[in-house]
Design a protein around this ligand. Structure first.
Ligand code: KIV
Ligand code: ZN
Length: 383
């Protein structure tokens, strides 16, 4: 099986559904160009039938990028598919992403329908989209909670109808990693034509397991991961692009790779956060302000001796200049000496002992000691 994992970015569609984070077309085009530089394979540019703004964004993104596939979302409806076709007319590489609910909950309560009718509509939608584009992705919404036998039947029929990619979403973020991975494995073992399509995983983070579920899906054969920058998305968000990319880069034994230029991760993360007015939590993996910051004495001493003692990722690999040694009342002499050396102060051990005591008193008062505080401490102590 191929070891390339396709990165399908849905920051501008699922990510942008966050209340208060909407972007205008111009802003979306800026992000789309950054996503292209980052090396994503697919940009889900919007849901064209949903509003004139979204429709227009798909048009402009299609004009603006050339390498990634531009994808437009639809329901399994004629008018949605036709709007998507129209919005993708300038795309160099285009994909329609259509689909319908696959769980009994969705079938009974959302569509008030039956499995048979939903299956029929799903097949119809793929065939209809295929009349206009070669590349059709189908999403089996709420697949995480769907009956696996019915899901397998749906996947088989959808591939027969011409789907090139089949998206298995854990729409409600319900699954445990072994169950989600198990579902993907079941599909590989029970869907005869499964090798004719790429299986995609699209996970939500309601229980904090979106990344784990996506990795589990990939381990079990999925080869496309649907992600957003900073993991933004409705409710608790989507699987984060930076986490998936760096997990695959860090764990070589998985033998899976992406085409992402990881050195651009921090930059796009900051841009998306600022443009969407969505601050990044400080302890967010990979891109949070504290992801490469060390503040306790033992860790600081270890990291100064050898970065790998407490870091599994080189910050340069994600575009961050270097790790941070933060000075607080928990810091030790090694950290103080290191930070003073960065300010060009070479200090003898006896002087370090004196200044360290004063530093601790100050750090008890102030939460964090900055470079200016250090300079003042040195001047006050004639050092
Ligand atoms: O979470 C989900 O199921 C979705 C689909 C529309 C792909 O976002
Ligand atoms: Zn989603």
């Amino acid at each position: 099986m191929e070891n390339k994992v396709y990165i399908f970015d849905t920051t501008l569609r699922d990510g942008e559904q966050v209340p208060g984070c909407q972007l205008n077309t111009e802003e979306k085009v800026i992000i789309a160009k950054e996503l292209e530089k980052l090396g994503v394979d697919v940009i889900e540019a919007g849901f064209p039938i949903s509003s004139p703004g979204d429709f227009n964004s798909v048009i402009e993104i299609s004009k603006a990028v050339k390498n990634p596939i531009v994808c437009a979302l639809t329901r399994a409806k004629k008018e949605d598919i036709e709007a998507a076709v129209e919005s993708l007319k300038y795309a160099k590489k285009k994909r329609i992403h259509t689909g319908i609910g696959s769980s009994d909950t969705h079938i009974q309560y959302k569509f008030k329908s039956t499995r048979e009718k939903v299956l029929e509509q799903a097949v119809w939608a793929v065939k209809y989209a295929k009349k206009f584009v070669d590349d059709v992705e189908f999403y089996a919404e709420d697949a995480g909670r769907a009956d696996k036998e019915f899901l397998a039947k749906m996947v088989e029929e959808i591939i027969k109808a011409g789907a090139t990619v089949v998206n298995i979403p854990d729409t409600t973020g319900y699954c445990l990693p072994q169950d989600f991975g198990g579902k993907i494995k079941y599909l590989f073992e029970n869907v005869k034509n499964i090798h004719k399509a790429i299986i995609s995983v699209h996970c939500h983070n309601d229980l904090g397991m979106a990344t784990a579920n996506t990795i589990s899906g990939l381990i079990n054969g999925a080869r496309q991961a649907e992600v957003t920058v900073n993991g933004i998305g409705e409710r608790a968000g989507n699987t984060s692009l930076e986490e998936i990319t760096m997990i695959l880069k860090t764990h070589k034994k998985l033998d899976l790779e992406t085409g992402i230029n990881t050195k651009k991760i921090y930059d796009i993360s900051q841009k998306v956060s600022k443009m969407m007015n969505m601050p990044i939590q400080k302890n967010k993996a990979i891109v949070g302000a504290n992801a490469f910051a060390h503040s306790s004495g033992i860790h600081q001493d270890g990291i100064i001796k050898q970065r790998e003692n407490y870091e599994i990722i080189d910050p340069k690999d994600v575009g961050i200049d270097k790790s941070k040694i933060v000075l607080t009342a928990r810091s030790g002499r090694a950290a103080l000496k290191y930070r003073l050396r960065n300010l060009k102060y070479e200090i003898k051990q006896e002087h370090l002992n004196i200044i360290y005591k004063k530093f601790l008193n100050l750090a008890d008062e102030k939460k964090e000691i900055n470079d200016q505080d250090l300079r003042i401490l040195m001047i006050q102590n004639n050092l």
